[in-house]
Write a protein that binds this ligand. Structure first.
Ligand code: DX5
Ligand code: ZN
Length: 227
């Protein structure tokens, strides 16, 4: 299965956001992962739809918008209008039955719809929506901050999910060249990585390593070397 690599802009330099994003886009990612936090569902605040709209102007890459907010349905239309290509809602913030009911209307607006679950949230919480979402985003850290340590205990959840779900399985939190290998082996095929890519002295090499360890061996060539 081809593995997609996205960069989470949470680890970007927000004082020079456009410049920093274009630097990483050039290094060879497949999409940008945009973390939206409200200070309620998670203990941090990031950006809203107006900033997303400006980000949309500077890149044509897929914008994968990860909503870590309470009452996400109050915001979905605004993030779609601002340019989101993919939208992920956390199952801890919604009723599964409401997501089921609203999924078709959201997807009709042209986005890919995802559901996410925190490391401690069991798979059964999302079972009833698996047939209405395009992808599942498995959190491998407790959401709120970049640069946290990967929680290895989520691997069985990824494996169990892959047995029952044939759509994209994305993983988010603590992804580097070591953890990428483990999650892809477990069944994930979309990797969102923040600090490993943005803070690398050579993002081209970091992305190449992610692709290589994820099984796309032909990408291990040339470029600079990082320790
Ligand atoms: C965490 C965010 C992640 C985060 C990943 O709440 O949802 O997207 O930016 O960053 P790293 O890869 O540094 O763990
Ligand atoms: Zn995220």
């Amino acid at each position: 299965m081809n593995v997609e690599i996205g960069a989470s802009i949470l680890s970007a330099d927000f004082a020079h956001l456009a410049e920093d994003m274009l630097r990483i886009e050039k290094a060879g990612i497949d999409f940008f992962h945009i973390d939206i936090m409200d200070g309620r569902f998670v203990p941090n605040i990031t950006i809203g739809p107006d900033v997303l709209k400006d980000i949309r102007r500077i890149t044509s890459l897929v914008l994968d918008v990860h909503l870590m907010i309470e009452d996400p349905f109050n915001w979905t239309d605004r993030f779609i209008a601002a340019g989101a290509d993919k939208l992920t809602l956390h199952i801890e913030t919604i009723e599964a039955s409401v997501l089921r009911r609203r999924a078709a209307r959201l997807k009709a607006k042209g986005i890919k719809l995802g559901v996410s679950l925190n490391p401690d949230t069991p798979l059964r919480r999302i079972e009833s929506v698996l047939d209405v979402v395009d992808f599942v985003l498995v959190m491998s850290v407790n959401p709120g901050f970049g640069g946290q340590k990967f929680i290895i205990g989520v691997l069985p959840k990824v494996k169990a999910l892959r047995r029952v779900f044939s759509g994209d399985i994305a993983i988010d939190g603590g992804i580097d060249n070591i953890t990428a290998k483990k999650v892809v082996k477990a069944g994930a095929n979309v990797l969102a990585s923040g600090s490993y890519i943005f803070k690398s002295p050579c993002p081209e090499e970091a992305i190449r390593r992610l692709r290589y360890t994820a099984g796309n061996r032909k990408c291990m060539r040339g470029g600079c070397r990082i320790a």
